[in-house]
Design a protein around this ligand. Structure first.
Ligand SMILES: Nc1ncnc2c1ncn2[C@@H]1O[C@H](COP(=O)(O)OP(=O)(O)OP(=O)(O)O)[C@@H](O)[C@H]1O
Ligand SMILES: [Mg+2]
Length: 490
């Protein structure tokens, strides 16, 4: 007759009063509490809550860990890194099970991120359900005034925290494995949600400081016109790097990698860097060396870069004079109108940016400020670079961006005309492979439709005519021409 215990007139076993009385007493308590609560100062309410928790703690086997939003140090704007990681972790791993969520745009991003709402409880099954974790986000308003002043009180301060509750037998597991797991996964989710940024030190920052804009470049490896085998090598190398945290730690190397991209203008060096950043989901720091006056500024800029980033120094041969001899003819080029920085020898007083300063930063310094950074140099004149700058170990991969050959053309034809094959491809192949050096930028320009009505045949015929015209012109070996060669990566 178990069910009879719940009929109102039945006496609660062992206690000597009826269920109905128990129910009325509990309801009265709740009623009184609701009435009185708005008039209780929060400090007292906290004490009552602590008392209730302490009473419960005596009878329950569950342990609760609180992760407060505010932290002592200001690294994350005064917020606790663990709190932020827990927020991202729960948003990614458990929000599907939550019924009350908060949507937000992360830091000027277009991506909406979801977080678990206030006072919502979500359950996380760790180790395939072997350990159950209950998470609750709590938000309390702390006021130093009494409750009747609370509603319109601007001095109110919100205390947010995550409460993690688990069975006490999982205590060791939570400390040793679960919280580190939350931290790592939460950091990774935060990186995925963030708006990537393009930092520059030339605009606004006064040369010695970074300013940033939203990084939103459509480049991708799929759209990059180059030899497919070489492209695959680069993708493999980047993947190895991205997933190589443990490997770098094991061999005792700083988790960084250097790339040198060289080739004539318009062969896709800058496009390749954008594709790399998009592929890896990294930020980009575009370091304008000519805007940096002294080594100490350069050091500061390097230290301020964060992990998961690509630091690029474009046209390195124009930014730093590696021989100390200035070449007057180069001044004609727009980008070479920049002030040259004499770096032949490091100035005694350390007031100039020098080659040795640059090498020091590349080698030593950044290994001390965290990992996961890629540095990319670009140049139109590889032969003019100081061997010290591009030796193995500093530049791990040297990639030649070359004139457009047939395989690269096929990518552009797909991008611009949406075709995989055409009767004119044979002629284009012959011209590009055997006769004419044309940059992918120029080929792409010829493939751009001139009107809404796209005439593929006419466009390809026009490209052939342009290629033939180029063939007619006497070939100039401008100083920036790299010797014609098949794309090959060193
Ligand atoms: N390999 C390529 N694949 C696809 N598009 C390309 C390629 N190379 C050039 N382009 C097109 O040409 C434009 C100019 O290319 P990009 O700026 O990447 O050349 P670059 O090698 O960096 O030149 P520079 O040496 O002058 O800096 C790009 O916006 C892109 O549209
Ligand atoms: Mg470029």
């Amino acid at each position: 007759m178990d069910g009879a215990y719940f009929s109102g007139n039945v006496v609660v076993p062992g206690l000597g009063f009826r269920w109905r009385d128990l129910f009325v007493a509990a309801a009265s308590l709740v009623f009184v509490w609701c009435k009185v609560r708005p008039h209780i100062p929060l400090e007292i309410e906290d004490h009552i809550a602590a008392l209730v928790r302490a009473l419960f703690a005596r009878v329950t086997p569950y342990v609760t860990v609180t992760i407060d939003e505010h932290a002592g140090d200001t690294t994350f704007g005064g917020r606790s890194e663990l709190y932020l990681a827990a927020e991202s972790y729960l948003g990614a791993a458990c929000s599907a099970r939550a019924r009350r969520l908060r949507a937000d745009l992360a830091d000027g991003s277009d991506r909406v991120s979801l977080a678990v709402g206030d006072n919502e409880e979500v359950v996380d099954e760790f180790r395939g359900g072997g350990a159950r974790m209950w998470w609750r986000k709590t938000a309390k308003t702390r006021s130093f005034f009494f409750a009747w002043t609370r509603r319109n009180n601007d001095d109110e301060e919100e205390r947010r925290a995550y409460e993690l509750t688990f069975h006490r037998r999982h205590r060791g597991l939570v400390e040793a494995a679960y919280l580190p797991h939350v931290l790592a996964e939460g950091r990774a989710a935060a990186v995925r949600n963030r708006q990537r940024r393009l930092f520059t030190n030339s605009a606004g920052g006064g040369g010695g400081a970074w300013s940033h804009v939203k990084l939103d470049h459509p480049a991708s490896f799929a759209k990059l016109a180059m030899d497919p085998a070489k492209k695959q090598d680069i993708i493999d190398d980047l993947e190895m790097f991205r997933d190589g945290k443990e490997y770098y730690a094991k061999v005792g190397k700083a988790w960084k990698r250097g790339y040198l991209l060289y080739g004539p203008p318009g062969t896709g060096k800058s496009t390749m860097i954008a594709a790399m950043a998009n592929f890896l989901d990294y930020d980009v720091y575009d370091l304008e060396l000519t805007a940096v006056k002294i080594n100490t500024e350069l050091r500061k800029l390097f230290i301020e870069t964060t992990g998961k980033s690509i630091i690029i120094i474009e046209d390195i041969d124009c930014s730093v004079d590696l021989t100390g001899k200035r070449n007057n003819t180069r001044k004609k080029k727009k980008k070479q109108q920049r002030t040259m920085i004499a770096i032949e020898e490091e100035e005694e007083d350390g007031t100039k940016v020098t080659l040795s300063g640059l090498l020091n930063f590349i080698d030593g310094l950044w290994s001390a400020c965290g990992g996961e950074r890629i540095i990319v140099f670009t140049t139109n004149h590889k032969e003019k670079l100081d061997p010290a700058l591009i030796r193995r170990g500093r530049m791990d991969m040297r990639i030649e961006m070359s004139y457009c050959r047939f395989q690269a053309f096929k990518v552009l034809a797909k991008n611009y005309l949406d075709i995989d094959d055409h009767e004119l491809f044979g002629e284009i192949r012959r011209l590009l492979e055997e006769e004419v050096d044309m940059t992918p930028a120029d080929v792409a320009e010829n493939l751009m439709p001139r009107s809404k009505k796209r005439d593929v045949h006419a466009t390809l015929a026009k490209l052939i005519a342009t290629l033939n015209n180029t063939l007619m012109m006497p070939r100039q070996h401008a100083p920036m021409d790299v010797p014609r060669s098949r794309p090959n990566e060193e």
